[in-house]
Design a protein around this ligand. Structure first.
Ligand SMILES: C[S@@+](CC[C@H](N)C(=O)[O-])C[C@H]1O[C@@H](n2cnc3c(N)ncnc32)[C@H](O)[C@@H]1O
Length: 286
């Protein structure tokens, strides 16, 4: 499909993957051009504003019900004939890869065991973790990774940056505060401090379990946890229920939008997928 010059593109839950020519929104603003906003509160734009709404690895962070409301919001802010494009972790692909590692595991090789352990984490870690990064981060920080290539093929090179960026020793409070300030400004800093105070009060009133409950609840609503998973059939259903038509499965480069791959959101400059574990789908607003 041809998209007119001057098209307006909205990238929701963009994280640090965004194009300066687009309108970018995330819980946490990592750049002045990223608007900080909680998308469970709706999408902060007028009806029929955008030609294309995109989100990558965001929908699974909402409950099924919140995801349905969110997709209706995506439809609302799209112009008629506008495109919705999304990427989510592909549940079917993850399940098949997990089953394949069961077979590998019988060989009892260090890499077979590591592949199997990794696939278990892909299945559930981001749903159940109670700390940033969860067990996946611990896995990636291990001094020896016998299945580095396997992980890169599965989820792309971003995940491996965790191990490269890991610095030994505790981070000073000043460094932590500076990182926090850079990642979202004073509002996030205030929220972090206020959550610490409220956690302390919960601990005083309700003991350790009360404090833990507050901290885990706060973390679970912070945008890192996966609350749903989709295969193509489930994704197609929710898109249809939200009113979209012309729903199709895509890969990382193909799109109704002819120049999609020139934005380098789902693809790297070398043509590889940015997140190879993705399921891509598009639909049209009638
Ligand atoms: C897995 S990251 C994906 C980032 C980027 N789209 C990508 O593909 O690399 C999920 C992003 O969604 C954001 N997010 C999760 N829940 C959100 C919410 N309720 N409102 C706004 N952003 C949210 C997180 O802050 C995070 O940046």
């Amino acid at each position: 499909m041809f998209m007119a010059v001057g098209r307006k593109i909205l990238n929701l839950g963009c994280g640090s993957r965004f194009n300066l020519a687009h309108t970018n929104v995330d819980f946490i603003s990592t750049h002045p051009s990223v608007r900080a906003w909680d998308l469970t509160e709706g999408i902060p734009f007028d009806d029929a504003t955008f030609d294309l709404v995109y989100h990558s690895h965001l929908l699974e962070h909402f409950s099924a019900e919140a995801g349905q409301c969110f997709l209706r919001e995506c439809a609302r802010v799209l112009k008629p004939a506008g495109i919705i494009r999304m990427a989510v972790p592909d549940l079917e692909m993850i399940a098949r890869a997990y089953l394949a590692t069961l077979t590998d595991h019988f060989n009892d090789s260090p890499s077979g065991i590591a592949n199997h352990s990794w696939m278990l984490l892909e299945l559930y870690d981001q749903t159940v973790r109670t700390q940033p990064g969860g067990a996946m981060k611990q896995f990636l920080l291990a001094p020896e990774l016998p299945n580095r290539d396997f992980i890169q093929q599965r989820v792309g090179s971003d995940a491996l940056k965790i191990s490269a960026a890991a610095k030994p020793g505790p981070r000073s409070l000043l460094r932590k505060l500076n990182a926090l300030r850079r990642s979202g400004g004073s509002k996030r800093l205030y929220q972090k401090l206020a959550a610490g105070v409220v956690g302390g009060i919960a601990g005083l009133l309700l003991g350790r379990r009360g404090r833990r409950s507050f901290e885990q609840g706060w973390f679970r609503t912070g945008g890192e946890i996966h609350q749903t998973m989709y295969d193509y059939h489930a994704l197609e259903r929710v898109l249809r229920q939200a009113g979209f038509r012309g729903i199709v499965r895509r890969d990382h480069q193909t799109s109704y939008c002819a120049e999609w791959s020139s934005f380098f959101l789902d693809n790297e400059p070398n043509g590889l997928a940015y997140k190879p574990d993705s399921l891509y789908a598009e639909g049209l607003k009638p």
